[in-house]
Design a protein around this ligand. Structure first.
Ligand code: SAH
Length: 460
């Protein structure tokens, strides 16, 4: 590190900004976030800066005098004239100020970082002036991770620190603060109910400890694979989890987002077979939550699509454990995105059906006749191994053999593959291309192509 990050106390301190143009205005916007006093030094001010002077938020002099930098902690210089900038910088340094000359990193004492502002929580990202664009993109990622209400909640908790010190024994404080920042009070605050959040915190302080229990289960959608297809809420749950139970289809990249000391348990569910029977998963997630732990059941795609969520929801409810579902991007959406083709097409495909090609052992296959209506996009999950049966069933139900079928395997992964077939050629194409699960078969039974076909009645 050639530069050292620090947070400067700014209340009542003096910042001098030399220059009256857009760069000076940019720096002024930054300093305005603080409680510093601003002095602008420029013969002419742009309208934004003039506005600051007009409302008394900044002082103004046309040129620097001998006492301009007195008591100045920071000086930003952006006049555009190198000789003039050097002279102002020398004067500012002589008065003890730290100097930043805009766009001249070699002449700066300090750089302004990219800032994520959740006052009083502030994240500053610096690249020592080498890669400001990278700094800004990191800022954007952090910006997305931190809830907009984080600062207000941290401020509320901060106001209660003295009460916590008084009422909560030192050995209970760590658990208390963990409860504050990962528990239900923050949830309420995020949902906009500041009063309820404050009441919960105050009750816990009065009780001398964070409430016991607090175990909960979240069924979290991990999306189709690519880690940037996770929702922000899913990431938050991963970062709060004590233990994560995950499936075979969950990408290791996604698990990287979890809290480092969370336990990770692979429950290895395969299509139609489980390393862990479902009943065992149900029992274990409940048992963990009953210990007061925050349990994440991480499922590929959307947990509510062919994810056996019902059993897990029922198990949690039966045990009186709070359960939350965090939706995810389902494989059909990811496949459509990979194909750059929507799931529905106005006038051609007014319905989109998610259907499994592999039902519970012993159950009859899906009723293709009922599903084979023109104007439907059929997204068939777990269908690769039964592509022959499925294609045969749809053709027997009256869907033309020439109907387009797109196959996307490993959608959104680096190993993604796509293939195009017709219903009639589907089994052959899957064999020839060597396509394996996980894959989506997308059958486009468009209205226009089906106009002249006569359909049998549904057998359902
Ligand atoms: N809950 C998941 C589906 C689980 S069932 C979801 O919403 O996506 C498992 C099936 O999903 C796989 O057999 C396959 O058909 C499909 N699938 C899951 N991930 C996939 C991916 N990345 N690409 C294509 N299909 C996928």
């Amino acid at each position: 590190m050639k530069s050292f990050p620090m947070f400067l106390k700014m209340t009542g301190r003096r910042v001098v900004i030399c220059g009256g143009g857009a760069e000076a205005a940019r720096k002024a916007r930054l300093v305005l976030k603080t409680e510093a006093r601003i002095l602008l030094v420029a013969p002419v001010l742009d309208p934004e800066l003039a506005g600051l002077v007009a409302v008394g938020r900044a002082g103004h002099v046309a040129t620097a005098g001998p006492d301009t930098f007195d008591g100045c902690v920071l000086a930003f210089i952006a006049t555009g004239d190198v000789a003039e900038e050097d002279a102002l910088a020398a004067q500012a340094r002589a008065a003890g100020a730290v100097v930043n000359i805009v766009d001249r990193p070699e002449a700066c004492d300090a750089f302004t970082p990219s800032i994520v502002d959740r006052d009083p929580v502030v994240v500053a990202v610096g690249t020592e002036g080498t890669a400001p664009v990278l700094g800004r993109s990191i800022k954007t990622e952090v910006e997305a991770m931190l809830h907009p209400r984080l600062g207000a909640f941290a401020a509320l908790a901060g106001r209660l620190r003295a009460a916590v010190a008084e009422r909560i024994a030192p050995e209970a404080r760590r658990r208390f603060w963990e409860w504050v920042y990962t528990g239900p009070a923050f949830d309420r605050h995020r949902a906009g109910d500041e009063h309820a959040a404050a009441d919960m915190l105050k009750q816990a302080i009065a009780a001398g400890q964070a409430p016991e229990g607090g175990g909960r289960i979240a069924l979290v959608g991990a999306g189709p694979g690519a880690r940037d297809l996770l929702t922000l809420r899913a990431v938050r749950h991963l970062q709060e989890a004590d233990v994560i139970f995950y499936d075979r289809l969950v990408d290791p990249d996604v698990l990287e987002l979890a809290r480092r000391d969370a336990d990770r348990v692979f429950v290895g569910k395969e299509v139609g077979a489980c390393a862990w029977p479902q009943a065992k998963i149900d029992a274990v997630i409940v048992a963990e939550a009953q210990k007061g732990r925050r349990v994440v059941r991480l499922k590929s795609g959307d947990p509510s699509v062919f994810g056996r969520a019902t059993e897990e929801i029922e198990a949690a409810r039966a045990a009186g454990i709070p359960i939350e579902i965090v939706p995810g991007v389902t494989a059909a959406s990811a496949a459509a995105a990979s194909l750059s083709r929507p799931l529905t097409e106005r006038g051609e495909s007014d319905a989109c059906v998610f259907v499994t090609g592999t039902c519970r052992p012993g159950d009859p296959a899906p009723d293709w006749t009922a599903l084979a209506r023109p104007g439907t996009t059929l997204c068939i999950y777990m269908g690769v191994a039964r592509a022959g049966e499925i294609a045969g069933g749809l053709i027997a139900a009256g869907v033309p053999g020439g109907t387009e079928v797109e196959v996307v395997s490993q959608a959104s992964h680096a190993t993604e593959r796509r293939a195009c077939a017709t219903l009639a050629s589907l089994p052959q194409v899957i064999r020839d291309e060597g396509i394996a699960n996980p894959a989506i078969l997308m059958v486009r039974h468009l209205k226009s192509a089906a106009a002249e076909v006569v359909y049998p009645q549904s057998v359902a």
